[in-house]
Design a protein around this ligand. Structure first.
Ligand SMILES: N[C@@H](CCC(=O)N[C@@H](CS)C(=O)NCC(=O)O)C(=O)O
Length: 214
């Protein structure tokens, strides 16, 4: 299987989930500026018409896009890793969190904050509009170790990935003590620590590459 990823992007959640599952995968780095592999040989658009990561090509050649779908595929493909709850109720809760993370937090809040081309007014609007979503997760995690209670799931892989992004935004995690404690605890989790150990240096290289090109 192949995971198309960009360093520290939301595709890192899939890297964490695959690591948790002990799954073997080839990680194909995409440059966000060119949307091509670093050697220029392959375009992400050939696999995903939107040119977005994560894009996962399974061993059967099936292409899966959209974080929520990719993460649920990994959880279902490797049930022994227990990355999703077993019961119907728990599955609904997982889908609910994944939809919330993908829409209210990722696209609703972080996309505008991280987009250097976004007008300042768009950033301010996203910050104000996204605050109830951050407050919601803060309240939830004040009473719960993980998004789904006492067990790590693919939703946590997604959330911890996004919390890294706060470093590049005006969001100060200090103002959200439960989220800050959760982020610190999850960053020490071996799968998350390994993902960061791989992707932080790749991100730095990406920044250097872009600085040289500009
Ligand atoms: N709706 C998509 C959004 C994925 C997304 O926004 N991916 C970002 C990285 S976090 C991306 O590929 N950005 C590249 C770009 O926008 O050109 C999903 O949930 O997978």
């Amino acid at each position: 299987m192949e995971l198309y990823f960009m360093p520290l992007a939301c595709s890192m959640a899939t890297r964490i989930a695959l690591d948790e599952a002990g799954a073997r995968a080839d990680f194909v780095e995409i440059d966000p500026l060119t949307k091509r592999t670093l050697d220029g040989a392959r375009s992400l658009f050939d696999s995903n018409p939107l040119g977005l990561v994560p894009t996962l090509r399974t061993d059967d050649g099936e292409v899966i896009t959209e974080n929520a779908a990719v993460l649920q595929w990994v959880a279902e493909r490797y049930p022994e890793a227990r990355l999703a709850p077993e019961g119907a109720r728990g599955r609904v809760a997982l889908r609910s969190w994944l939809c919330f993370l993908g829409t209210e937090l990722h696209r609703g809040l972080f996309t505008a904050l991280l987009d250097k081309r976004a007008p300042e007014a768009a950033r301010a609007y996203a910050l104000q509009k996204g605050k109830p979503a951050l407050d919601h997760v803060e309240r939830h995690l004040a009473a719960s170790a993980y998004l789904l209670g006492d067990a790590f799931s693919v939703a946590d892989a997604y959330l911890v990935t996004m919390l890294n992004w706060t470093l590049a935004t005006p969001i100060k995690l200090d103002a959200y003590p439960a989220l800050a404690a959760y982020a610190a605890r999850l960053r020490a989790r071996p799968s998350v620590a390994r993902a960061l150990a791989v992707e932080v240096p790749l991100y730095r290289q990406e920044l250097e590459r872009h600085a040289r090109a500009s």
